[in-house]
Design a protein around this ligand. Structure first.
Ligand code: CA
Length: 227
């Protein structure tokens, strides 16, 4: 899960970044409005924390313009006391939620989790839950996989890896990316762990695991899912 934090108060930004990374999120940051808007339109995030008062371009304008461009990523506005929060929500600006500074980390995390739970993942344009990959039909919502009309047993981690590759299909994903995304920052994984999981996935997906057509090896980087 990738979160963009847009905040011009550096201590606040760093505090949020550290804490969200500790929670296992991948974090990108921007401290100014125009850069933030470029990141929002040029990259893909699962959620955006967006400060209202920013140099360059206000959080409200960023939110509104992003929605005009069809970007559906959930946005939580970070507002200061006294700002007109009723305008933040709803159709006018299209934010999903707001939180008033100063806020507690636990409250913010709860809001983030609530929003992520009710929205499909956007770091990838794939929100259909049932897909066919090689000889496997996978449902990412209920964690089931079927191969030649039989249930194929997959572990939770295997589903997560496959889902992440699928959300980023046709892009090369590094082993490090997979480790931080799937195992979080408390690495109990090594690059070899990743390779072993890919090996197992290939045995379940590929017609011929020795000549993979779904999960490709990208030499020197990692893996890529092609469809
Ligand atoms: Ca600010």
């Amino acid at each position: 899960m990738k979160i963009l934090i847009v905040e011009d108060e550096i201590p606040m930004l760093n505090g949020l970044k550290d804490n969200l990374e500790y929670e296992g999120y991948t974090v990108d940051t921007a401290t100014e409005g125009i850069t933030a808007f470029e990141k929002i339109t040029g990259d893909v995030y699962d959620l955006i924390l967006l400060d209202v008062m920013l140099p360059g371009m206000s959080g409200m304008d960023i939110c509104k313009k992003a929605r005009e461009q069809g970007i559906k990523t959930p946005i939580i506005m970070l507002t200061a006391k006294g700002e007109e929060i009723d305008k933040v929500l709803g159709l006018e600006f299209g934010a999903d939620d707001y939180i008033t500074k100063p806020f507690g980390l636990r409250e913010l995390l709860a809001r983030i989790k609530a929003i992520l739970r009710r929205t499909p993942s956007y770091s990838g344009n794939a929100d259909s839950s049932q897909i066919t990959l090689g000889k496997l039909t996978v449902n990412f919502k209920d964690y089931t996989a079927v191969s030649s009309d039989k249930e194929c047993k997959m572990t939770y981690k295997e589903f997560e890896i496959l889902h992440y590759l699928y959300k980023n299909k046709n892009k090369a994903i590094s082993r490090d990316d997979l480790m931080s995304e799937i195992w979080g920052m408390h690495y109990e994984a090594t690059t070899r762990t990743v390779d072993n999981f890919i090996l197992k996935l290939r045995q379940k997906i590929e017609e011929d695991p020795n000549k993979p057509k779904v999960i490709h090896t990208v030499h020197g980087i990692g893996y890529k899912l092609a469809d």
